[in-house]
Design a binder for this molecule. Structure first.
Ligand SMILES: NC(=O)c1ccc[n+]([C@@H]2O[C@H](COP(=O)([O-])OP(=O)(O)OC[C@H]3O[C@@H](n4cnc5c(N)ncnc54)[C@H](OP(=O)(O)O)[C@@H]3O)[C@@H](O)[C@H]2O)c1
Length: 271
């Protein structure tokens, strides 16, 4: 990763485990200094110790992205440094249910993290990057951005926001020297997914996802991770015709059927 263009500091939001930790390790190996943000202090401290042991300068912050003061808290640890790379990785969904029945705080949290968070962090750090005429922003996306899935209304809607927002921001920022990428992720073997009981043995390793994000930061606005079946699924669910049938037929399946769906996705991709 080009330290001159995207350094010296990278801010990884959701940078304690999974894809975020993989980003952090790769960037540290390339000489970046890191600010890592997540809620749980323990995993942040462990990763920071590991990276410092390899010579990296690391700051950590425990903060909750669903709270309105989160950008102010992150700014308190970044206002004195030059953040040339923003990676907004956090944003997975751990609650399913009918939108009208889920507690308001649950759906508001999804929207705060994936919509307001991506917008607010992009505005603040993007403006500073634009002023310097260089930098990069990677926003954590999902294949679910292509299809509204019942029981995941707030999540799929918020990922659609991320993808469309990224496209527009990419167009605005490219002439200013700043790369923007919506990293469109499929089923990935993260600790968050493992904690939900998902069959992560069938999923993409986080390292592959992070590597593809870094390697393709200049190939925006959208990069679909090359997991077999991802591009095919995006093409299948993204058409404008007959949305009713598409939503009925291709909604994200309940978690207990995910293993079968992941197997089917891999079979589809085989020649
Ligand atoms: N894994 C998949 O199969 C998959 C599929 C499609 C898209 N994605 C996307 O990939 C990204 C990463 O997903 P993931 O599976 O690793 O799970 P995740 O729950 O987004 O966790 C990733 C990181 O974000 C932090 N985090 C989560 N919620 C936070 C909050 N409210 N405030 C501060 N930090 C928070 C976590 O640490 P703490 O828990 O300590 O806060 C962790 O470091 C997300 O944007 C997700 O939508 C993932």
């Amino acid at each position: 990763m080009d330290l001159e263009k995207y350094g010296p500091w990278a801010l990884v939001i959701g940078g304690s485990e999974g894809v975020g930790a993989a980003f952090a390790r790769m960037l540290a190996a390339d000489g970046f200094k890191l600010v890592l943000v997540a809620r749980k202090q323990g995993p942040l401290d462990e990763l920071a110790a590991e990276l410092r042991g390899r010579g990296a300068e690391v700051r950590v912050l425990s903060a909750d992205l669903s709270k309105p003061d989160v950008l102010a808290k992150v700014r308190a640890v970044t206002d004195d440094i030059e953040v040339g790379l923003l990676i907004y990785n956090a944003g997975a969904n751990d609650t399913r249910g009918l939108f009208v029945e889920l507690p308001e705080e649950v759906t508001q949290s999804v929207i705060a993290i994936n919509v307001l968070g991506q917008a607010n962090f992009s505005r603040h750090y993007g403006a500073l990057m634009a002023g310097r005429g260089r930098g990069g922003i990677i926003l954590g996306g999902s294949l679910s951005s292509y299809l509204g899935s019942p029981t995941l209304a707030a999540y799929t809607g918020s990922k659609a926001f991320s993808r469309i927002f990224s496209e527009a921001l990419w167009g605005e920022m490219a002439p200013l020297g700043v790369d923007v990428l919506h990293l469109n992720i499929g089923f990935t073997a993260t600790p968050a997914m493992a904690r939900l009981g998902m069959p992560v043995e069938l999923a993409e390793p986080p390292e592959t996802v992070a590597r593809e994000g870094l390697e393709n930061i200049a190939n925006g606005p959208v990069w679909i991770v090359s997991t077999p079946g991802n591009v095919e699924r995006a093409q299948m669910i993204n058409g404008i015709d007959n949305r009713a049938e598409t939503v009925r037929a291709h909604a994200i399946v309940p978690r207990d059927q995910t293993a079968a769906a992941a197997n089917q996705q891999q079979n589809l991709a085989e020649p």
